[in-house]
Write a protein that binds this ligand. Sequence first.
Ligand code: 13P
Ligand code: SF4
Length: 321
Amino acid sequence: MNAPVISPDTSDLASLDLDEEIRRLKKERNAVILAHYYQEGEVQDLADFIGDSLQLAQQAKKTQADVILFAGVHFMAEVAKILNPERTVLVPDMAAGCSLADGCPADRFRAWKARYENAFTISYINCSAAVKAESDLICTSSNAEKMVASVPADKTILFAPDRNLGKYLIKKTGRDMVLWPGSCLVHETFSLKRVLDLKRKHPEAKVIAHPECEEPVLDESDFIGSTAALLRFVEQDPSETFIVVTESGILHQMKKLAPHKTFLAGPPEEESCSCNECPFMRLNTPEKIYLALRDLSPELHMNEDERLRARAPIERMLELS
Ligand code: 13P
Ligand code: SF4
């Protein structure tokens, strides 16, 4: 993400049947809508495919559509473009960044890496294409342990940009890793005290969390996993109530998968704020999706040299996954 971007003006669209219009435009454009589980329910319901970041990358790789509309955040759309240079990739709102990606600029990342000669760099997919281009391997939260295990034991691993996921991986794999000091602004907002208060009120509930959460929250969790793993867990586990410590958009699919179960959104530190919603993910709306399909804009473009360099560690990840 470079220059500041202006979100599209959607004030004129009140009279349209957006569902119908989006369906029509999708056909006309031979377009596919890919959405992350953190989107608003109404955006998820417009999608042809909903997934976690690994599933979305895999789906982006195999799509035959001419146009990919990415209802997620910028780095996810970049992965789709890296894998599909010949297709049009639309991002309904180019301001949909990510605190992890934005907190790890490529020049600082390069300087950090240069301090560790011969180290092996694993970057979490939540980073810019420029950082991916400087990395040996990419991982997502659902395959991170496998990616770490694939690195020869004598290699020092540098892990960027999420220190919480990094710490979790050190515990799980026993590998020593040097961590970039980044974090997700949503996942670091969860309050252990308020999670435990909620657990006291619902002692039967299982606490389930995304590995981007801070260590004290993860230590109190019954299950830790990527968004797709959390969904599988609530479907398969016999418990009836879950405290879900991740972005609250995921509750939409949880309620669909297990309508008879109870899902309590993980509580943020501030009672009155909706900090468990990712402000970047939530920039996507049906109105902006309609405009993007109508105008084939905003379209994501990439520098070809950077795209090719970023593609190699992503392909390595997809082969190992
Ligand atoms: P997933 O890999 O679980 O989709 O997580 C993506 C993300 O942005 C979490 O904040
Ligand atoms: Fe980035 Fe956090 Fe939003 Fe995921 S939830 S896109 S890690 S800011």
